[in-house]
Design a protein around this ligand. Structure first.
Ligand code: FAE
Length: 551
């Protein structure tokens, strides 16, 4: 599949002039957001052979995010030719501006998935809606709307790793044991979490540099105000290369994190999956990735294996072909939302009727609540802000206010005095995916009211900080007079829970050869940013599956 972006006419309007409003467009967002020029990429190592109608393959992986990338690497290393089918494009070809991704300050069609307008999480600033019109295109960030919540997801080869803030957090062991009691935690903490961290290329910020650089003044201010109210903070590892960032600050390399790039992709510095797991899988010579193909149906094939139906789309999202591929084994890695939607509709439509009735259950938003505080002028946050978060307020073990809140940047290019946070709260609310026979689509039952417990938990921390500092919440960031960003999540989890809808290793036991390997296995809330957990669980489960089912 050849991506044709480089050959298109000039990208969307407005690339060359930056107004202050546009400057802020898309900002704030890294909350909870590598290109190492010398590294091989998946594109350089993987032949771009799109699947054809009627093909037969041993292993087909739906989606190329964390679960899909782990499955692809371990399957190909085991010698099994593996096909990934990914609905987004491969982000390896520069546009006419010379960049692969557009920046947050000048979003163009590359920013959002098949949308006519950007839909940034921080949507407003001082009374203005800062979103802007764009052309419809298979952009990198999707804001998928359900009736009670909007779910942000990455689209393209690398899934969420293309758009996220890179915060690589291993969950607290006691909470991991609480949410996944069927998983041997010794094994996870001794073997699979370290393996995931290595595979992802996790690194730590140089703390001496952190303490002095202007790029992290916002984080130091967030830390100071938290600590003055008695809250502790913790440094958070990341997959953004902090040595590269230091070189950016010194003016030695092209800026990315220091140039406002994150939720619409980083043109440098970040070890997204296409530079790590997927590049390694491609280097085996046994991986093929078919981009701009969306899987719509999986059903048993006559005889054995499964028929996988997929729609090929063009860069404007129009269906240009439909193909059916036979696969011996299918790995669902379309993310919490993608996998849950597929499985729920396959069961309801009678294609996989024997799936467990637990399929679709146990979805949560990882307790996400975003908020901003207005600091006094003597607590500035700086006009220079790295997009990569490095500190979190860790109050998780306080039963009165269990939250882990990343201190997020608002890289506006000017002093705003805003401290922004993405709080992961211990909100116990859950929802389910259900097939709607009237629309033929899958609904998510989450209502906005289900965010109230999370808001209360966040308030218990930030009301205290505001009281101590004599400050207030910003009410202009998430709408008009709205204190909390409580209508979206960056962290969808669940919908096909481990040891409930699947067996204890992600197998769908009613259908041998079907496996779930992504965030849909995780029960709704993991207490920290989730991709390290998703990766480590996939490492554990795929290792078992290869050893037992594919030996
Ligand atoms: P995911 O990475 O979403 O991959 C699923 C893939 O499947 C995508 O590439 C889809 O395009 C593709 N797909 C879906 N449906 C189909 C279909 N029918 N046919 C073919 N392909 C399909 O799933 N997490 C952290 O731990 N740290 C962070 O700092 C962080 N920041 C974030 C910031 C933003 C703005 C966002 C949106 C997310 C952030 N996350 C962060 C969440 C993290 O990226 C997410 O949990 C993982 O990407 C989920 O991994 P999965 O493998 O489940």
């Amino acid at each position: 599949m050849i991506d044709r972006f480089a050959n298109r006419t000039a990208p969307t309007r407005g690339i060359s002039h930056v107004s202050r409003r546009r400057f802020l467009t898309g900002a704030g967002l890294a909350a909870g957001a590598l290109m190492l020029p010398s590294m091989s990429t998946v594109a350089s190592a993987s032949p771009r052979r799109a699947l054809s109608d009627g093909d037969q393959v041993p292993a087909l992986v739906i989606g190329s995010g964390y679960g899909g990338a782990v499955a692809a690497l371990r399957l190909t290393q085991a010698g099994i030719p593996t096909q990934i089918v990914e609905m987004g494009r491969s982000w390896d070809t520069p546009g006419s501006d010379g960049n692969i991704f557009c920046g947050m300050l000048n979003p163009d069609e590359r920013s959002f998935w098949l949308a006519d307008r950007t839909d940034a999480p921080v949507s407003n600033f001082i009374g203005f809606n800062i979103n802007r019109n764009i052309d419809r295109y298979v952009g990198v960030l999707d804001s998928e709307r359900f009736s009670g919540i909007k779910v942000y997801q990455g689209r393209g080869v690398g899934g969420g790793s293309l758009v996220n803030g890179g915060m690589a957090v291993t969950p607290k062991r006691h909470f991991f044991e609480e949410i996944l009691p069927s998983v041997d935690s010794d094994e996870m903490y001794d073997k699979y979490f370290p393996r995931a961290n290595t595979g992802l290329g996790v690194n730590h910020i140089d703390q001496d540099w952190f303490e002095t650089t202007p790029w992290y003044k916002f984080a130091r201010t967030g830390r100071k105000t938290a600590q003055r109210s008695g809250f502790s903070t913790a440094f958070v590892p990341n997959v953004y290369d902090f040595e590269y960032m230091k070189k950016e600050a010194a003016g030695d390399v092209t800026e990315s994190a220091l140039d406002g790039e994150v939720i619409y992709g980083n043109n440098a510095g970040k070890k997204s999956l296409d530079k790590t797991y997927l590049a390694q899988a491609a280097a085996t010579g046994k991986l093929s990735i078919t981009t701009l193909h969306r899987v719509t149906k999986v059903e048993p094939a006559p005889g054995a294996g499964y028929n996988v139906t997929m729609e090929q789309i063009d860069e404007q999202g129009n269906v240009i072909a439909t193909k059916v591929v036979a696969a011996d084994r299918v790995f669902f890695a379309a993310g919490s939302v993608g996998t849950s939607k597929l499985l729920v509709s396959m069961k309801a439509q009678g294609h996989l009727p024997n799936l467990s009735s637990q399929v679709g259950e146990g979805w949560g938003n990882n307790g996400n609540i975003m908020l901003g505080r207005a600091n006094h002028m003597w607590h500035s946050t700086g006009s220079k802000q790295s997009t990569i978060p490095t500190l979190g307020i860790d109050n998780w073990d306080d039963p009165a206010a269990p939250i882990f809140a990343e201190i997020a940047p608002l890289p506006a290019g000017l002093e705003t005095y805003v401290s922004l946070y993405l709080a992961i709260t211990k909100n116990p609310e859950r929802a389910r995916f259900q097939f709607n026979s009237n629309t033929g689509k899958v609904d998510l039952s989450w209502t906005q009211a289900q965010n109230q417990p999370g808001i209360e938990m966040a308030r218990a921390v930030f009301d205290k900080i505001n009281k101590k500092e004599g400050t207030i919440y910003r009410t202009d960031l998430f709408g008009v007079y709205k204190k909390f960003g409580d209508d979206f999540t960056y962290h969808p989890l669940g919908g096909c829970l481990l040891n409930s809808a699947t067996d204890n290793y992600g197998r769908l036991p009613e259908y041998p050869g079907l496996y779930v390997v992504d965030g849909s296995l995780v029960p709704g809330n993991v207490g920290v940013n989730p991709f390290v957990t998703i990766t480590a669980l996939a490492e554990r489960n795929v290792e078992k599956i290869i050893a037992t089912d594919l030996a």
